[in-house]
Design a protein around this ligand. Sequence first.
Ligand code: ADP
Length: 288
Amino acid sequence: MRLNNVTVRYGELTAVDAVDLTLADGEILALLGPSGCGKSTLLRAVAGLVPLDEGDIEIDGRSLAGVPVHKRQIGLVFQDGQLFEHRTVAGNIAYGLAGRPRAEVAGLVDELLNLVGLAGYGDRPTSTLSGGQAQRVALARSLAPSPAVLLLDEPLSALDRALREHLSTELRQILKRAGVTSLYVTHDHDEAFAVADRVALMNEGQIVRVATPHELLAHPGEGWAGEFLDADPIVPATVIDSGASSRLTIDTEVTVPERLAAGEQVELRVRLLKERADERPSDAHERL
Ligand code: ADP
């Protein structure tokens, strides 16, 4: 998918300002920025829910100009999955498959339930699902018609932090297995880094920087981007004992952007900064 000079105005306000972005097939791109920077507006513009004032969006080389929402082959997942309460889990997932033979639909629904880790949940009423399960069903439903592009708008924001951390990693695996090109809107750094292949930093309607999570963490940059990322200090360490888990020694001074009293005891959170081995999209999407 290609966005060329995409611009959206609300009266005097330019909410999305001349955005250029290219997503490779099967790539997950996170749109990360503070509240009000224009992320949702950009996503809605791709979906066709708000008109462009300037620019163009192409999927597979074809312009979306004049293509109505339902013909864009775009899947949407929102913060609140908005499941149909009167349908079962399977009924929700099958929603976008109307008109296909029953056996084909049943097979697809089972495949999608497997993909999102809810095998056997088909007959459950949606009211019995936890928040995390409901979002997985919403994801399966949006993947069912094999969208060309999946748009996710803060899909984990309604969940608590622990669940969010767990699900963001799982969500990445699901999207990679499905092989679907995904634009993922979030204001949460950790979520963006866990989910995305590349992260586009957005501020005041503009894309400030596009880089891999590793590049952004290792080199947060100057000015607004560096401050927004509020990056943890980077410390060198040596592996002294290697196994299923490894022991390291850290021996260094660090600088943190806080005023602390000399002699004060503090804690630092340490995480491993390592480039993620890219998972290859499987052929699952072809079959869906
Ligand atoms: P984000 O998703 O990053 O929080 P939004 O795209 O929702 O940002 O909003 C970008 C800017 O556009 C904000 O200043 C917001 O107040 C404004 N805005 C969003 N929707 C509308 C609308 N329907 N009418 C007028 N202004 C809007």
